[in-house]
Design a protein around this ligand. Structure first.
Ligand SMILES: Cc1cc2nc3c(=O)[nH]c(=O)nc-3n(C[C@H](O)[C@H](O)[C@H](O)COP(=O)(O)OP(=O)(O)OC[C@H]3O[C@@H](n4cnc5c(N)ncnc54)[C@H](O)[C@@H]3O)c2cc1C
Length: 372
């Protein structure tokens, strides 16, 4: 049987970043992806925001990797002259009672090492964002947006240069521990299977990462690995709003909130959209439900009072691979070497929801340390 040193499963931003990091010091790596190309799932269905690291509990992997990953990502984008904008974001208080939430967010951010947030008064807001209504805001200058597709194109080309075998149409269907390695079975697009043995396996399977852990024999309920799917839809603003604002606008939320709230994101061309909302779903489908327009309209109207519902049109959706269900407490990323479960050199990455994109280069460094 053919032997490889490391198998990375999943060519989303995280799998690509992990393969990139490992390819700097290891040989004989294969990256398996069931789709016909990289980044066809959550990594291309998101807000493309480089988060500052404000909201997550101090010391959590989400807080640490977001702050560290943000710097690494800006460095990477500069190094390879990839497009991004450090556009900043305003967390808006629409009424006086929300100012208290901003103060709590600022304190939390400082605990996480995000020390550049500044309060903006109503007057300052009026000057900076004409036409936008708010009684105050917290401004995060280090928040940005980037072109995730170009980022992944670059990672893919860098890992190929380093000799990583990138295998598309290759779905992992079985993973069995076997002495000091794993037997890996893969199905190609013609339904044919091939097998090889791999000393190390790194599960970056996104929405399917819990199934992959189960393939290796892990009881995912006992381990707390079972994912729940939380869909997030976007509605785009009509062309009239293009260029109206140049920073992102987020609502003030409490730290217990399950998402960052419907916000206004921009792409690098200045087109604005609102989203994502959050609805738990049983299946993966990316349809946007037009009847959710009202939910978006009510959220946006708080800071854009002149907006009309018909100026919002269904756009796209993504699905968060969440460890917490509705009403559950905070759950952190799981990034775990499974020696304790009798599966050495299997690393599971589960629940890599937001800020997974911002964090991916930091996550990759952490994975490499787990292998040392
Ligand atoms: C609505 C929404 C908005 C978001 N906004 C942001 C944001 O603004 N900023 C931010 O930092 N993060 C954001 N995120 C989070 C971010 O998008 C994810 O954390 C990140 O994309 C996860 O990347 P990934 O590589 O782990 O997963 P994916 O991109 O899902 O990649 C996993 C890959 O594994 C492959 N795979 C699965 N099973 C198998 C198998 N058996 N065999 C072979 N291949 C397999 C899949 O096909 C897929 O390509 C958002 C997420 C959502 C849903």
């Amino acid at each position: 049987m053919e032997k490889v040193a490391i198998t990375v499963v999943g060519a989303g931003a995280v799998g690509l970043a992990v393969a990139f990091e490992l390819s700097r010091s290891c040989q004989n790596i294969i990256l398996l992806e069931k789709n016909d190309s990289f980044g066809q799932e959550t990594s291309s269905r998101n807000s493309e925001v480089i988060h500052a690291g404000i909201y997550y509990p101090e010391g959590s992997l989400k807080a640490r990797f977001c702050v560290q990953g943000r710097s690494l990502l800006y460095e990477f984008l500069d190094r390879y002259t990839l497009p991004y904008k450090r556009c900043g974001k305003y967390i808006m208080a629409s009424e006086e009672s929300e100012i208290r939430l901003l103060e709590i967010l600022k304190k939390q951010a400082e605990k996480n090492g995000v020390t550049d947030l500044v309060f903006k008064s109503k007057n300052e807001l009026e000057k900076a964002l004409p036409g936008i209504k708010g009684v105050g805001a917290l401004f995060s200058p280090s928040t940005g947006i980037f072109d995730t597709h170009k980022f992944m194109v670059k990672l893919e080309s860098l890992i190929r240069e380093k000799g990583v075998i990138v295998s598309y149409h290759s779905e992992l269907i079985s993973l069995k521990p076997d002495k000091d390695s794993y037997q890996v079975a893969v199905r190609d697009k013609n339904g044919e299977t091939f097998e090889f043995s791999s000393r190390t396996v790194i599960n970056c399977g996104g929405l399917y990462s819990d199934h992959i852990a189960r393939m290796a024999g892990i009881d995912i309920d006992k381990a707390g690995y079972r994912l729940k799917y939380a869909k997030g839809e976007y509605f785009q603003f009509s062309g009239k709003y293009k260029g109206l604002f140049s920073s992102l606008l987020y609502p003030a939320i409490s730290l217990e909130s399950k998402s960052l709230g419907i916000h206004t994101v921009l792409d690098l061309q200045g087109k604005a959209k609102a989203g994502p909302n959050i609805h738990y779903v049983d299946n993966i489908d990316y349809e946007v439900d037009g009847s959710h327009r009202e939910e978006f309209y009510l959220a946006v109207k708080r800071y854009l009072p002149g907006m009309k519902p018909e100026e919002l049109a269904p756009d796209m959706a993504g699905i968060r691979p969440k460890l917490q269900g509705p009403g559950d407490d905070f759950r952190d990323f799981i990034i775990q070497e499974e020696k304790g479960k009798g599966l050495p050199a299997l690393i599971n990455l589960i629940g890599i929801e937001s800020p997974g994109l911002t964090s991916c280069l930091a996550i990759a460094k952490y994975v490499r340390k787990l292998l040392d």
